[in-house]
Design a protein around this ligand. Structure first.
Ligand SMILES: C[S@@+](CC[C@H](N)C(=O)[O-])C[C@H]1O[C@@H](n2cnc3c(N)ncnc32)[C@H](O)[C@@H]1O
Length: 273
């Protein structure tokens, strides 16, 4: 990945935090992670999830964030340095397919918008996560799973969602079982029965503050802009009219704008021996 790509990706991720944080927080709280526990955040990116988790597990706990990209690790460290729980988070560069820890090291491990979210060796990553978690500890995967961002335009939105960008990071060359919504079966494949799944919604309501507006503009571009092959010229035009900030009909300018998106979490406990 070129440096310019890294900084653009980093910027998109940073801008998305105000949008994602409330729903991620709700989902993570629902896990009831034990106070003073030690956990791992795999594919931590800029460390938003690591910071939220560190805040939840209390002053005796500790979160380690792991990411393959050293630039993300540096930035995650500097963002955590400005928080009250900086002593309780460690960031480390490494590969999720070969976690640099012994078996049974952590009380729990999780991953958001990374493991299982795309064309990757999900089973290998999940097996690694389960390996480093103690018997009885929780392993969870979470990912963005749907959205309604264009209220009043269901046909346009459905058409955009059916485009390659709309189904990304899934693709038509992948098997159905590789889709995140089939994540419960991944746990069975690595010998962990009874995985549960739950979906959480985040809401967006006008008036949007400037942070949220920026996040939504970035989301509209990221979600559908790249690849609209297969869309009629009429629908492309409608997309531009509604989703371009300079357009007089920009959808975020609706005084009654309401949208939602969902995060789905799949989780299970490592069996006791
Ligand atoms: C979409 S970001 C999600 C970041 C973070 N979990 C969040 O929700 O804000 C995915 C992250 O996975 C990291 N990643 C990709 N491949 C990886 C690998 N093999 N091992 C560890 N991290 C990896 C990327 O560098 C990136 O930071």
């Amino acid at each position: 990945m070129a440096n310019t790509d890294v900084s653009g990706y980093m910027q998109d991720l940073l801008v998305s935090e105000s949008l994602r944080e409330p729903v991620l927080k709700t989902a993570l709280v629902s896990l009831n992670l034990p106070a003073d526990s030690y956990g791992l955040d795999v594919g931590c990116g800029l460390g938003l999830v690591s910071r939220l988790l560190a805040n939840m597990i209390g002053i005796g706990g500790h979160v380690t964030g792991l990411d393959a990209n050293p630039a993300f690790i540096d930035k995650a460290r500097s963002l955590a340095d400005h928080t009250a729980h900086k002593q309780r988070i460690t960031f480390q560069a490494g590969d999720a397919s070969k976690l640099p820890w012994d078996d049974n090291t952590f009380d729990w491990a999780g991953s958001v918008d990374f493991v299982g979210y795309g064309n990757m060796n999900t089973i290998c990553f999940l097996r690694e996560m389960a390996r480093v978690v103690k018997a009885g500890g929780l392993v969870f995967l979470m990912a963005w799973s749907s959205q309604v961002l264009l209220p009043g335009y269901p046909f346009l939105e459905a058409s955009l969602n059916a485009s390659p960008a709309g189904i990304a990071p899934f693709s038509t060359s992948m098997k159905p079982v590789q889709h995140f919504m089939r994540g419960r079966s991944w746990f069975s494949q690595i010998g962990i029965p009874l995985a549960q799944a739950q979906t959480f919604a985040g809401s967006v309501n006008a008036p949007l503050n400037s942070e949220l507006r920026k996040a939504m503009i970035s989301l509209l571009q990221m979600r559908w802009n790249d690849n609209q092959s297969g869309l009629s010229s009429q629908l492309r035009e409608e997309y531009r009219r509604l989703c371009t900030p300079e357009s007089p009909d920009f959808i975020l300018n609706l005084p009654e704008y309401h949208a939602f998106f969902t995060y789905t979490m799949v989780y299970a406990r490592v069996p006791l021996d």
